[in-house]
Write a protein that binds this ligand. Structure first.
Ligand SMILES: [Fe+2]
Length: 280
């Protein structure tokens, strides 16, 4: 059996960030994003909450070390692997500590390491915390067209929405590997890296709860509340001490049974309610 990314139902399981001050960054996520802090070694921290996991490693600020996408089971993982091999993408050994022996890694055209696997531990995090599973990752890239060729053309992510410049070139592309509007997206930028990652609370009242929690930690919103056009989700953004953008989202569009929609690169596309942060 061979399955594309969308057929495999892959979902974002964890992100590994590099940081010049990993202990500070890990402490921030534990406090502000309501997670348990685990010091694994002098050079590895993990932050874990219900359905949200981060790895923090020494390195450069605002750099992703790797990302982990989980398949639903061993069969879909093996079937996705077959699809990836048939599309002539080189497969490397898995580098994620969260995934089991069948996991593997690939490199995308911007040199991001993507790990596909099944979480090793079946033990669920028991922390009583505000709901907010880690849900999507958004890249910044010099070349969004190349992102689409790889993620849609080769891995088989489904394109849900595109945001176009006046000349027809891509400002943003939203792609998904399951029933959610996007699991991986990409913004045109003046550099290659990460634009933001997001936690999906599901409900507007939980955005209130998160914002009240941020207030107790003296963390101010940097953007929002607002509603995105593509995905139709409610959002707020905060910024971690390294400058990574964090989104807390609700009402993200799901169960897509429609054609790809094109949007103009305009303030209203990024925020139906108010000010936008236009990346390019
Ligand atoms: Fe987002």
């Amino acid at each position: 059996m061979e399955l594309t990314a969308i057929q495999s139902g892959a979902y974002l399981h964890h992100i590994a960030f590099e940081s010049a001050n990993p202990e500070r960054l890990a402490s921030y996520y534990a406090e502000v994003m309501d997670m348990d802090l685990l010091k694994i070694s002098d050079s590895e921290w993990r932050c874990e909450g219900p359905s949200r996991q981060l790895i923090i490693l020494p390195g450069a600020n605002k750099k992703m070390a790797f990302v982990g996408l989980s398949c639903r089971n061993e069969e879909t993982l093996a079937a996705l692997r077959k699809h990836i091999i048939r599309n002539n993408i080189e497969i490397f050994e898995n580098i994620s500590p969260y995934f089991n022996i069948d996991a593997f890694s690939i490199r995308d055209p911007d040199d991001h390491i993507i790990c596909f696997g099944i979480p090793d531990s079946i033990e669920k995090n028991q922390r009583k915390a505000i709901k907010g599973p880690i849900q999507h990752l958004t890249f910044a890239s010099l070349d969004v067209e190349r992102f689409v060729d790889f993620y849609h053309g080769k891995l088989g992510f489904q394109i849900t929405d595109r945001v176009l410049h006046k000349d027809g070139s891509l400002a943003t592309c939203f792609t998904t590997s399951n029933h959610e509007h996007h699991t991986i997206a990409c913004f045109k930028s003046d550099h290659n890296g990460i634009d933001h990652h997001s936690y999906e609370t599901g409900d507007w009242n939980r955005i209130r709860d998160w914002c009240d929690h941020f207030a107790t930690k003296n963390v101010q919103l940097m953007w929002g509340p607002g509603r995105h056009g593509p995905g139709n989700n409610l959002f707020v953004f905060i910024e971690d001490p390294d400058g990574n953008w964090i989104e807390v989202s609700a009402e993200l569009e799901v169960n897509l049974n429609r054609k790809t929609k094109d949007w103009p690169q305009a303030e209203r596309t990024l925020n139906l309610w108010g000010d936008a942060i236009l990346r390019s």
